[in-house]
Design a protein around this ligand. Structure first.
Ligand code: ZN
Ligand code: ZN
Length: 265
């Protein structure tokens, strides 16, 4: 039984998959619970800024939920980027639509999209120790302080864009930051996700790494959410056998959205 709560449809600026294709792929791949988590972004100048159209998506979601109810359980979630400057806008959308769960992710650091930010900090670095990742952790901390979400997304996401591979060095250097963030998540009854998309990228490792998962467990973390971060055909439940093996090894429980909300209350 697989649960994939991290999927992007054409309601995200960076995916052009229609929702029904995603549902059909999920059924093929023995996914029992599938969630849509399209991007909610308000970063000015970014292509994702105010792109999300919840009204249209809800209508489509409702009809798919009914059509496939005997084959798969569908949830409507959201993946929000967050910076202090647009916290209000995020809360407004959260109030307006009945999302079953909310993923919060660090996609920007000090207003710059993370891919560009990493390039900038690593541009003159000959090894991973020369680059300063602290601002990323400041962003992640600020996100973890936000109250209204359920899942902290892909927490070591810098691995996706880094030209270096020894990310264990970053973990050791920022263990205190990770500890603070994970303690807060656990203390507030939230969860982190294991996001398999890292296995499609150069780092060839899920987000987050085993070391971070071990720390999470040590601090009392018991539950993880599972997501493939799919944007294209073939991505749904990507390498989930591997992800579920990790979960079994750590003896984690898999997060299930518990709010079976109606779309139009
Ligand atoms: Zn993301
Ligand atoms: Zn995503």
């Amino acid at each position: 039984m697989f649960i994939d709560l991290h999927n992007h449809s054409l309601y995200s600026y960076d995916s052009n998959r229609n929702m029904e294709d995603i549902v059909l792929e999920a059924i093929e791949k023995r996914v029992d619970i599938l969630g849509f988590s399209d991007h909610l972004d308000f970063n000015e100048g970014d292509p994702g800024n105010e792109y999300y159209n919840g009204c249209h998506q809800l209508k489509e979601f409702d009809s798919l939920k009914n059509k496939y109810s005997s084959k798969i359980t569908l949830h409507l979630g959201i993946e929000a980027s967050l910076e202090k400057s647009y916290e209000e806008k995020i809360l407004n959308v959260f109030d307006k639509f009945p999302f079953s769960y909310k993923i919060m992710s660090a996609h920007f650091v000090k207003g710059t999209v993370i891919s560009d930010w990493i390039k900038e900090i690593e541009k003159d670095a000959d090894n991973i120790d020369d680059a300063d990742y602290s601002p990323y952790f400041a962003s992640l901390k600020s996100i973890s302080q936000f109250k209204a979400f359920d899942i902290l997304g892909h927490i070591d996401y810098y691995k996706k864009y880094s030209k270096f591979l020894r990310h264990d060095i970053i973990f050791e250097k920022h263990k205190k930051d990770y500890t603070e963030i994970l303690k807060r998540i656990i203390g507030e009854g939230k969860t982190i996700e294991i996001n398999s998309s890292g296995l499609r990228h150069k780092c060839r490792e899920q987000f987050p790494s085993d070391s971070i998962l071990a720390l999470y467990k040590e601090l009392g973390g018991r539950t993880v959410s599972t997501g493939s971060d799919s944007h294209s055909r073939g991505d749904v439940a990507f390498h989930f056998n591997e992800v579920y093996n990790i979960i079994e090894n750590f003896d984690f429980k898999v997060y299930k959205p518990n709010k079976e909300k109606k779309c139009f209350p």
